[in-house]
Design a protein around this ligand. Structure first.
Ligand SMILES: Nc1ncnc2c1ncn2[C@@H]1O[C@H](COP(=O)(O)OP(=O)(O)OP(=O)(O)O)[C@@H](O)[C@H]1O
Ligand SMILES: [Mg+2]
Length: 362
């Protein structure tokens, strides 16, 4: 610790509907010293007005204007920031190699890069991390026989998109320390706050117009799939179904969620069916995991703003028949008791930004 207290860093998560920021003091025990969320509510009335999506890139000016408002709102004046990029504008894949040294892995990946990513290594910012190992049985091999393959999780994003993010943070006077896939930020926060040995956890980050499904096996990411669906689609479904505007539908969704009442049975149905595309993709991921690793996913953890949807835990635990929880380990961050309740409520939506900020500790 310096004379001025522990060093502070920022984690920044720019989603399709909102921007999240977390300020961490990096002592022995990291401490949340500030955080906030700002929403771009225009998307509720004009779907094309999301901050970014798989269909359109973000406009750095609009985003930095909104980010500036968030800095004013939170009172965060500046600092070094770790920022995340979304799954929908990036590439992610799991690689299997025989045991290799890190240098050999790097050489092999850059040599055969175009097999995994439709861009060259020079055009991308890419990163790979270890992802555990897996026994590969040779065709015709006896039970129990087989070579161990090492697994590596590779993520990559076009440098052009990175340049956009750089512009955004520079325009508000922050210093960009690092950029990584939101998947790796989620992994870091979950690793830092729970013991993952022997567990196979499917994390669903359900935002506004995107959902990121991450399977964490023994503390490593082994599957990562994104889909263009989230809470914003539930709102649209209510708006269309009830013939109300987007803001009204958003209020109805937040008020009722998946709680069933005889008077509001239509809302229940609309919310229930709007979750279908996430459920179907999750089922595919569960199937893929079972085929690849010959075992089942044992629990679901939900993060993202849509984890606040009433009844969402019950929905997924019933569909998959496994423990499902919304992720809220606020206690880890040494927050003062009076701040804990508010933080616990906010935590699932802040998970990505929290994980990004924690990179400052590495
Ligand atoms: N109480 C609540 N009940 C239901 N949904 C909620 C509630 N609070 C927030 N949400 C939903 O959470 C979503 C925003 O979540 P989040 O901020 O994680 O998304 P994002 O990061 O902007 O989007 P994405 O991850 O899709 O890029 C919105 O659809 C919002 O309606
Ligand atoms: Mg998000």
């Amino acid at each position: 610790m310096s004379f001025f207290g522990p060093k502070k860093v920022l984690g920044l998560d720019i989603g399709t509907s909102s921007i999240k920021i977390v300020e961490l003091a990096l002592g022995k025990q990291p401490q949340i010293t500030n955080y906030g969320v700002i929403e771009n509510v225009n998307h509720l009335t004009q779907p094309s007005k999301s901050l970014q999506s798989s269909a359109h890139a973000m406009g750095p000016e609009n985003i930095s204007d909104l980010l500036k408002q968030l800095l004013v709102k939170t009172g965060i004046r500046g600092g070094d920031v770790y920022i995340t990029y979304p799954i929908f504008s990036s590439f992610a894949t799991l690689l299997e190699f025989p045991a290799l040294s890190p240098e050999e892995v790097e050489r092999t990946i850059s040599y055969s890069f175009r097999q995994y990513v439709p861009l060259t290594p020079e055009e991308t910012a890419y990163e790979w991390v270890e992802a555990g190992e897996k026994k590969v049985t040779q065709p015709g091999g006896a039970e129990g026989e087989g070579a161990m393959k090492k697994l590596f999780f590779l993520t990559a994003i076009s440098k052009k998109i990175v340049a956009n993010y750089t512009t955004v943070v520079q325009r508000v006077g922050l210093g960009l320390k690092g950029i990584e896939s939101e998947t790796l930020s989620v992994l870091r926060i979950i690793r830092a706050t729970s013991s993952l040995e022997g567990r196979v956890v499917a994390v669903f980050d359900i935002g506004a117009y995107a959902t990121n499904i991450i399977v964490i096996r023994n503390g490593y990411v082994v599957v990562n799939r994104g889909l263009d669906s989230g809470g914003g689609d539930i709102t649209r479904s209510i708006a269309r179904g009830l013939g109300v505007d987007g803001s009204h539908a958003e209020d109805i969704k937040k008020h009722q969620g998946l709680t069933y009442t005889a008077e509001q049975a239509a809302v229940y149905q609309l919310v229930y069916f709007a979750l279908d595309s996430i459920l179907e993709e999750a089922k595919r991921v569960f199937g893929m995991y079972r085929t690849k690793f010959d075992e089942s996913i044992s629990e679901v953890v939900i993060v993202g703003g849509s984890s606040s949807l009433k009844g969402i835990e019950g929905y997924f635990s019933e569909k998959f028949g496994i423990t499902t929880t919304v992720y809220t380990p606020g206690h880890y961050f040494g927050v003062k008791p009076e701040g804990v309740v508010a933080l616990e409520r906010a935590f699932p939506q802040l998970a990505v930004a929290m994980g990004a900020a924690l990179k400052g500790k590495e």
